[in-house]
Design a protein around this ligand. Structure first.
Ligand code: SF4
Ligand code: SF4
Length: 399
């Protein structure tokens, strides 16, 4: 069966601007009626990395917050911590609560601007999680951000753009990376155990890694030693060890083209955790570069702004968004300025090659086909295009 994906384009007028359009999508998704007074509503978004100028403007989160409040919902805006410790420095670290909330402030995300509390759903260290068993091909248990447990509904508000490991960084990425703790993120990025090389370790006089280990699984004798049974692979020790110049603590990066199935399966755990019926998805396909918002730059835009998509199906919304990006004429100044319409601009921009054949891989296709395989949703969709004149809660024009 086809999933419905609502769409409103980027054209604006004074009586129907992007925030009006966002409200239109909100209503078509049925949120204005579904949210009951007193229900706890999470708005899940991403605050961007310092230096990135393509991230989602806080006004979109504010609009959603105001709409939720108007129907009596108790709303908060949420993100989760990133991997590492202090990576990105004073401006741009996203790896503990104070780091990331400081980063959010720099990008205009505060309780005052969005009109609601802002929290990191996986806690100070990224370890405030609960395990959800799944029957994935690669993952059997997902560490879901604990704040989800208290939510009656989740509005996943996503900036749709590229992602160097998943092709497209859309709703599925926002679920599968954005709503898991550090262990879940590490499962995607790294393989094998943390290693500490005793030859390189500086020993007790350093001890920097002990203080930042969230599970306190590093002990110090003559050299640092990890109790792997308690390690969550959070990368903290690797970060600080590199900063002291020792590079004794190391982790092995999973090959780029093999990573997206892990976050797809994480997304299954996230959705299963409180039930698929609690989730509502919105993709803002604007400021579309090939880079994720966790990069510290505003990479050139591949296409013009496209618009806003909304759906109850996390795969269908990403499929519809990807197709629209493929169909859009390329920005001539972008790295894919001479690509044909219909081809995957993300694949060309990322140029991730098959290690054996050397062919460029279509990572978005890999991500979405795996999402279909594990039953996250459907790639078949009915696009319902909304205009200001659309009757409320109806399909004005179907394509
Ligand atoms: S931070 Fe590195 S060098 Fe320092 S104690 Fe830990 S492992 Fe050894
Ligand atoms: S030992 Fe494991 S849990 Fe501790 S800081 Fe290193 S990666 Fe994180």
């Amino acid at each position: 069966m086809k999933a419905t994906v609502y769409f409103t384009d980027r054209q604006t007028r004074t009586d129907y601007n992007m925030l009006d359009k966002l409200e239109h999508i909100f209503n078509e998704l049925g949120l204005h009626k579904a949210i009951k007074p007193g229900e706890k509503i999470m708005v899940k978004t991403h605050f961007g990395q310092w230096g990135n100028t393509n991230y989602l403007r806080p006004a979109y989160a504010r609009k959603i917050v105001d709409l939720v409040k108007a129907v009596g919902g108790e709303v908060f805006v949420a993100e989760t911590t990133g991997l590492g410790y202090g990576d990105g420095g004073a401006y741009g670290g996203r790896t503990t609560v104070p780091e990331y909330l400081g980063m959010a402030m720099l990008h205009g995300y505060t309780a005052a601007t969005v009109g609601a509390p802002i929290l990191l759903a996986d806690g100070y260290w990224g370890t405030d999680v609960f395990e959800v068993p799944i029957d994935g091909e690669f993952i059997k248990s997902v560490d879901v951000a604990a704040a989800l447990l208290d939510c009656d509904k989740v509005i996943v508000l996503t900036h749709a753009k590229g992602h160097g490991l998943g092709g497209i960084g859309g709703t599925i990425k926002n679920l599968g990376i954005g709503l898991v703790g550090k262990k879940g993120k590490a499962a995607m990025h790294f393989m094998g155990d943390i290693k500490i090389d005793p030859e390189k370790c500086l020993g007790p006089e350093c001890s920097k890694c002990l203080k930042v280990c969230p599970t306190r699984c590093i002990s110090m004798g003559e050299k640092a030693v990890v109790d792997i049974s308690k390690c969550i692979a959070c990368h903290h020790c690797v970060s600080v060890c590199a900063k002291v110049g020792a590079k004794a603590a190391t982790q092995t990066w999973r090959p780029n083209h093999t990573q997206s199935p892990y976050f797809v399966e994480n997304a299954v755990g996230v959705v299963n955790s409180i039930g698929a019926d609690k989730f509502y998805y919105i993709n803002l396909a604007i400021d579309i570069s090939d880079k994720c918002d966790c990069w510290n730059l505003g990479a050139p835009l591949l296409v013009h702004d496209i618009g806003i998509f909304g759906s109850r199906d996390p795969l269908a919304i990403d499929q519809a968004t990807l197709q629209a990006i493929k169909d859009a004429p390329p920005n001539p100044d972008s790295p894919v300025g001479d690509i044909e319409c219909g081809a995957c601009k993300f694949a060309m921009a990322h140029a991730c090659k098959d290690p054996e054949s050397g062919e460029i891989l279509d990572l978005a296709e890999r991500q979405l086909s795996h999402a279909e395989k594990v039953g996250l949703g459907t790639r078949e969709y009915k696009l319902v295009t909304l205009t200001k004149e659309s009757p409320k809660k109806s399909a004005q024009k179907e394509e």
